[in-house]
Design a protein. Structure first.
Length: 205
């Protein structure tokens, strides 16, 4: 699973996973990879942009000193997360390209590279589809309500997410054959049976 990373290195990382699995005699697929990124839905484009820009300010996750703060170096090379002999992709390709040592990139840059998608249901669904087609994850997670967003910002987005976005994304998952680990066993690559209660593709959204 990759978190809000740029699409091209994300695709490369997923392909490295699939290639390595194949070398070990395992056929991996969409059920083995997942992606989380920033998606905010709002009632108008003006509200969406105003709320989307709030991702870049205010309190952020515990690994950063705020959205505009320095990256905590302690999390960059955690022991046990990479083998000394493993093939590794360049970390810099995934991360921020703002001021040295910070997590700040302009909002416009993040919108242009799809690491932030903010808009009305009509405008963001084609962008979500682009991400799904390009990196083909079997599980997706939308990161919303962060930074300086207000309770009202979050509730508008949650309502529209449930009413319009999640049902449409489920249909995209079925159309694009993006099978989740609830439909295809990640260990064996074999389909789970309907009798076992397995949901459809991307049902876990």
């Amino acid at each position: 699973m990759l978190l809000a990373t740029k699409l091209e290195p994300t695709k490369e990382a997923f392909q490295l996973y699939h290639d390595t699995a194949a070398e070990e005699g395992c056929e991996s697929g969409t059920q083995n990879v997942a992606y989380l990124w920033k998606v905010h839905i709002d009632e108008t484009e003006e509200l969406a942009e105003a709320a989307g820009r709030k991702y870049l300010s205010g309190v952020s996750n515990p690994f950063l000193a705020g959205n505009e703060g320095a990256v905590n170096p302690a999390i960059m090379n955690l022991p046990g997360h990479t083998a000394r002999t493993s093939r590794r992709l360049a970390t810099t390709a995934f991360g921020p390209a703002g001021r040295f040592g910070t997590n700040r990139r302009p909002y416009e840059d993040q919108v242009n590279d799809y690491t932030i998608i903010s808009g009305t249901p009509k405008t963001i669904l084609p962008k979500i589809r682009h991400v799904l087609e390009y990196i083909r994850p079997g599980s997706v997670f939308f990161w919303d309500g962060d930074g300086a967003m207000t309770h009202e910002d979050q509730m508008r987005s949650l309502r529209l997410m449930g009413e319009e976005i999640i049902p449409a994304v489920r249909e995209m998952g079925k159309e694009l054959a993006l099978f989740s680990p609830f439909e295809v066993d990640p260990a064996t690559g074999k389909p789970l049976t309907a009798e076992a209660g397995a949901p459809r593709a991307m049902k876990e959204i």
